[in-house]
Design a protein. Structure first.
Lengths: 559, 324
């Protein structure tokens, strides 16, 4: 391989990993790359924890009578699964790990705008996490991750207040990360890195950061009000004291719907990078994809009421929310079409990250299309709060966000660790994941339309076959998640050196050695090229010196 | 085998077919669109698979025409879905005027239902085939949700207010009733059955019950028991307004606005009378919150509603109302 000599050089060079040693050098670091790895460790622990809850849930549902755990325990399991996965894995995963690592590299900066604030975010995140862990260990919580009142604020007698407190604290880490990204993207772009030369990964993180900053305070206040009602018996949400339980739902979903986009927008960013790199082609409709990200973030704030079509809100409100929900689907569709078109006349590689990228599109399409069923008012009345919804949001959040996260990890792992993982095993794991995922969640669509409500500890016997299928799928899925964990760790020691740009790809992050030096670039790069413009990048080193360009047929007109 | 592995729910109401029709439209659309995308993705990935390690893709930046096309077409299609769904939703939300009204009180973790004739049921609901049935529902504690998959209807049941749901059963049988809104420990047990009966069988069932008094009669008894009658005289000469003919009318409030007298207004007037004061009266009505339970409120409402119908001969004195 022609990259070998470079790797030789790299090994002797100072990089962010070998620049200093010892636990202090990590816990007090302000290097965004090290903080990203700290986050990687934290969210992996939470993912594992949330995964254990998921496995217990699925095992319990193996039989209609729910024999594994009691109803009370089951309710705690799905609550803690939701709380841990959403607030401590899905929301931080891509932004705090990959975003943290890559945004400065991608825009040609030395670090984020506020490095110490970045470290503080990590501490806040873990503090919140520890408080939630404490709540779990001291007995758990059974309100569902949605904390609906007045159950959460009056009737539940589990650890509601401490859990809420943990989420409240972790929320500040989201806000600070969002702030950090926004300022960084605005002020620290390298010369020549104009807005329309930014990788889409940066655009989607910009959109995500807007939601972090605008949305998170609302959930923090809402949960604080629940705690206040619990502690001081104020009549905010409790109708017995003159409160309004629907007010809670409005406030909760005002954040929690956009939160879905916090999870999926960054994954869309990752996917865009994967598709362009592994099709070795410019992104089709760059400005449309970028604008779609912002449109999703903005319209996403106006559709929260689609979670309340049967909750007792007025029929007119429901109609407006339904209409807006259809509007927010359009930019997502635009992205899918543009990704597909990008493959046209590309040079498509089937490397592991690309399998994740294509897998993301497939699962996201199914998640998105089933969203149209839920936005259709008359159909939602039937499927609301059933397994149809459970399947839908797992297709978006696990099929979408987690696939994106894993695809991103595989794609940038050579940059992060400087090493390559075993490709064949990795492809195998990606396929196992894809199959396991579909087997787990597809039967749930059928269960939902049949009418099986969500959050049921036991269910009528006629639903058993589909539940058994789902449980079987979950065990395959679990293997699919454990494999990458194993070979990533393996590769850190035994993987072959990756070189600066193994794929090769066009982003600035690939101009610097792998792993990058502590200050990212020895010299601030100057950008003179358009994003993903393979033909105009003579500096890219392909395994063979002659570059063949796919013959241009009758091309659609340029934008 | 078919019962061990059902793939599609039973349809037993007039709404079921209409919901399924939209469902199949959406399903057809989704299958076609996803097939199109999957075929293109897989097709492109195979046709344009990398043949040489140094090969790169063609230089294509985009196409305004295509972008417009795939913004406008999905938009138009989605508006069809929206309109269809909204139309259906309005039908689901609006009970037909002559529906038979049954009252539902939910609590952790059971359903208490009462027929106007007074018959009470727990976790079971008997209804006649071929009639519009409206449920007026409230909760004594947390939020629950009344869900009958075979009818394709559900609605949250909230504490502190009434929500309604209606259906018109088309097939005799026993159908699952689920609580669909998570409500605590035994949420999964908070279910039961809706039994749809032939009209004659239903009349027979109703007559065979143990109910001693209809809901309106129970309400009349409570009306005496709680001394409502002292203030609310049919003649309107008491300290409170006459309640005859009140239901469904417009009432003028002290602040000058008028409100429609429906279930929610009556409930509020009984439990927290200070919330809205009828014009021309002193706010002297005692607060009954905590004194009467949800079931009794519903019975009082049933009684007040029964006063709305033209006075029967036996209650002649009502017609002596001064035309105030
Ligand atoms: C002490 C006298 C008094 C008693 C006892 C009383 N009410 Fe009232 N009620 C009033 C007055 C005065 C009003 C009008 C002012 C207001 O709206 O609060 C009223 C209003 C109402 C209204 C609204 C009528 C309208 O035109 O808006 C309803 C319904 C009602 N009462 C039902 C009841 C019921 C049922 C009871 C027994 C459980 C009851 N009341 C007991 C005095 C009384
Ligand atoms: Cu939503
Ligand atoms: Cu319930």
């Amino acid at each position: 391989m022609s990259t070998a000599p470079t790797a030789e050089v790299v090994r002797r060079e100072e990089n962010y990993l070998n620049v200093s040693y010892g636990i202090r050098s990590w816990l007090l670091t302000t290097d965004h790359k090290r903080i990203a790895l700290l986050y990687l460790a934290s969210v992996t622990v939470f993912f594992f924890l949330g995964g254990v809850f998921a496995v217990l849930i699925r095992l319990n549902l193996f039989t209609p009578t729910g024999d594994l755990v009691s109803a009370a325990t089951y309710n705690k399991l799905f609550t803690m699964h939701g709380v841990v996965m959403i607030f401590f894995f899905l929301i931080p995963s891509i932004p705090a790990v990959l975003g943290n690592f890559l945004i400065p590299l991608m825009i040609g900066a030395k670090d984020l705008a506020f490095p110490r604030l970045n470290l503080a975010s990590w501490y806040l995140f873990n503090m919140g996490g520890l408080i939630v862990l404490y709540s779990i260990l001291s007995g758990g919580i059974d309100t569902g991750w949605t904390f609906y009142t007045p159950f959460s604020s009056v009737y539940s007698n589990t650890h509601v207040v401490s859990t809420i407190f943990g989420i409240f604290i972790a929320g500040f880490s989201s806000i600070l990360t969002g702030l950090n990204f926004i300022v960084t993207i605005h002020t620290m772009r390298a010369p020549g890195m104009t807005w329309f030369r930014l990788p889409l990964f940066v655009w989607t993180h910009y959109a995500t950061s807007l939601i972090f900053v605008l949305g998170t305070p609302v959930i923090a206040i809402t949960l604080a009000l629940v705690a206040a009602e619990r502690l001081f018996h104020l009549g905010i949400f409790n109708p017995a004291l003159g409160g309004d339980p629907l007010l809670f739902q409005h406030l909760f979903w005002f954040y929690s719907h956009p939160a879905v986009y916090i999870m999926v927008l960054p994954a869309m960013g990752v996917t865009t990078e994967l598709i362009t790199t592994f099709a070795r082609k410019k992104l089709f409709g760059y400005s449309f994809v970028a604008a779609a990200s912002l449109a999703i973030a903005v319209i996403g704030f106006l559709v929260w009421g689609h979670h309340m079509f049967v909750a007792g809100q007025s029929a007119y409100a429901a109609m407006i929310f339904s209409l807006l929900s259809y509007l927010v689907a359009i930019p997502s569709a635009v992205k899918v079409f543009n990704w597909t078109a990008t493959l046209y006349k590309g040079s498509v590689s089937w490397a592991t990250p690309m399998l994740y990228g294509l897998g993301f599109i497939g699962l996201f399409v199914m998640g998105g299309l089933t969203g149209l069923f839920l936005a259709a008012l008359g159909v939602d009345v039937h499927v609301h709060d059933t397994y149809f919804v459970v399947a839908h949001f797992h297709y978006i959040m696990v099929g979408g966000a987690v696939m994106g996260y894993l695809g991103g990890l595989h794609y940038w792992w050579p940059k992060i660790s400087g090493r390559l993982y075993p490709e064949a095993l990795a492809r195998f794991a990606a396929i196992v994941l894809f199959i396991g995922f579909n087997l787990t969640f597809f039967p749930q669509f059928i269960l939902g339309y049949l009418g099986m409500p969500r959050r049921y500890h036991a269910y009528p016997p006629e639903f058993q076959v589909l539940n058994v299928l789902s449980t079987a799928g979950a065990s395959i899925l679990a293997i699919g998640y454990l494999l990458p964990m194993a070979y990533f760790i393996w590769s850190m020691r035994y993987g072959p050196a990756a070189g600066p740009n193994p794929w090769p790809a066009t982003g600035l992050e690939w101009l610097t050695p792998s792993p990058p030096p502590p200050h990212n670039f020895d010299e601030t790069p100057t950008v003179t090229w358009e994003p993903y413009d393979f033909p105009n990048r003579p500096d890219l080193k392909y395994p063979s010196p002659v570059v063949a360009v796919r013959q241009l047929g009758p091309t659609p007109q340029e934008e | 085998m078919l019962t061990r592995l059902p793939l599609f729910p039973e349809s037993a109401s007039t709404m079921a077919g209409r919901v399924d029709a939209l469902f199949f439209f959406l399903l057809g659309f989704s299958v076609l669109l996803s097939l199109l995308i999957f075929i293109l993705i897989i097709g492109f990935s195979i046709k344009y698979r990398r043949r040489a390690s140094n090969e790169i893709g063609a230089s294509i930046g985009g196409s305004l025409r295509l972008e417009t096309l795939w913004i406008v077409i999905p938009f138009l299609l989605s508006m069809v879905m929206f309109a269809w769904g909204a139309d259906l939703y309005i039908s689901i939300r609006q009970p037909p005027p002559q529906a038979l009204e049954i009252f539902v009180v939910a609590k952790q973790w059971m359903w208490k239902l009462q027929h106007p004739e007074g018959q009470m049921e727990i976790n079971e609901l008997h209804v006649p085939l071929g009639r519009d049935i409206q449920l007026t529902m409230t909760s004594e504690d947390v939020i629950h949700d009344f869900f009958v998959p075979a009818f394709r209807v559900k609605a949250d049941v909230l504490p502190g207010r009434y929500t309604t749901i209606w259906f018109h059963a088309t097939k005799p049988g026993r159908y699952h009733l689920f609580c669909a809104q998570y409500c605590g420990t035994n949420h999964a047990q908070m279910g039961g059955w809706v039994e749809v009966m032939e009209p004659a069988a239903f009349e027979f069932w109703l007559a065979g019950g143990t109910a001693e008094e209809s809901m309106a009669e129970a309400g009349a008894r409570l009306f005496q028991q709680f001394a409502c009658a002292n203030c609310h005289r049919p003649s309107g000469q008491g300290r409170g307004p006459s309640l005859v003919g009140l239901y469904g009318s417009q009432v003028r409030l002290q602040e000058g606005e008028t409100v429609l007298v429906d279930n929610d207004y009556l409930r509020e007037s009984i439990l927290t009378p200070r919330a809205k004061i009828a014009a021309g009266y002193e706010p002297v009505m005692p607060v009954f919150q905590g004194l009467v339970n949800e079931q009794q409120v519903l019975q009082l409402i049933a009684y007040i509603k029964s006063l709305a119908s033209p006075p029967p001969v036996a209650e002649q004195q009502r017609s002596e109302l001064p035309s105030q």
